[in-house]
Design a protein around this ligand. Structure first.
Ligand code: NAD
Length: 256
């Protein structure tokens, strides 16, 4: 279905980004990976699916790195057809204790990076009259939790950015949508579970159960495969008129 198309997934060396990159590659898309850490293993996993794969290590907090990555993508693949803005970090603290440097980093990586990749990807998408921008927001793009002011602000911001870009491209074959996952068991969430277990002196299993019980009525984690499936759907013709949505995959979190 996506043969001949190229997808850039930011923050795709682990977790949700890697899961979505795999799902798009399974549909035949060539992949540009990005993110920190070991890139060789994810590259090999994607290559095994029979598509072309490249990696760029842009730090998504740095606009000049992002510009470099977009130029690299164009030189290797011609253009980016599917842009998945996924890179993200978390920091948990009360607002009066929130380190200014952490606020800036969360906003830069979780929100401003999507502004930069999108502004640089849209011209070629417009020219081709086809493109998909998929922003990985969060349940926290729709509702808040205490001690996550920067994350909640960035995720609400990316839902707004999604709607604005969807309107600007509404008469074209380019769509822009957001996916809002609930808890997904990735390194980002495992850290929160481990911190909770240490803070409350409870087992990791109990901390995991409490985390789900607090927010996610299904009491089950959303999986990266489920998110990959939705990203693939958003690339199909059936989704041509899905524009500017913030689509929850959260086990009922935001239905409460
Ligand atoms: P993760 O920590 O497993 O992966 C994050 C990815 O982003 C990694 O590849 C990491 O290297 C990359 N990254 C971090 N900082 C970067 C930077 N400065 N430059 C480039 N890459 C950078 O996390 P995840 O849980 O897979 O999160 C992915 C996205 O999904 C994030 O935007 C997160 O907010 C969102 N999300 C996660 C959950 C969840 O429960 N895990 C829920 C809702 C939304």
């Amino acid at each position: 279905m996506l043969k001949g198309k190229t997808a850039l997934v930011t923050g795709s060396t682990s977790g949700i980004g890697l899961g979505i990159a795999k799902a798009l590659a399974q549909q035949g898309a060539d992949i540009l990976l990005n993110g920190f850490g070991d890139a060789e293993a994810p590259k090999a996993e994607i290559a095994a699916l029979g598509v072309r794969v490249e990696y760029h290590g842009a730090d998504m907090s740095k606009p000049s790195d992002i510009e470099d990555m977009m130029k690299f993508g164009a030189s290797k693949f011609g253009r980016i057809d599917v842009l998945v803005n996924n890179a993200g970090i978390q920091h948990v603290a009360m607002i009066e204790d929130f380190p200014v440097e952490r606020w800036d980093a969360v906003i830069a990586i979780n929100l401003s990076s999507a502004f930069h990749t999108t502004r640089l990807a849209i011209p070629a998408m417009r020219e081709a009259n086809w493109g998909r921008v998929i922003n990985i927001a969060s349940a926290h793009g729709l509702v808040a939790s205490a001690q996550k002011s920067a994350y909640v602000a960035a995720k609400h911001g990316i839902v707004g950015l999604t709607k604005a870009v969807a309107l600007e491209t509404a008469t074209t074959g380019v769509t822009c949508n957001a996916i809002c996952p609930g808890w997904v068991l990735t390194p980002l969430v495992q850290k929160q579970i481990d911190d909770r277990s240490a803070r409350e002196g409870i087992s990791v299993a109990q901390a995991q159960k409490d985390l789900l019980g607090e927010k996610q009525p299904s009491l089950q984690f959303t999986t990266v495969e489920q998110l990959g499936g939705l990203a693939v759907f958003l690339c199909t013709p059936a989704a041509d008129q899905v524009r500017g949505v913030a689509w929850q995959v959260d086990g009922g979190w935001t239905a409460q």
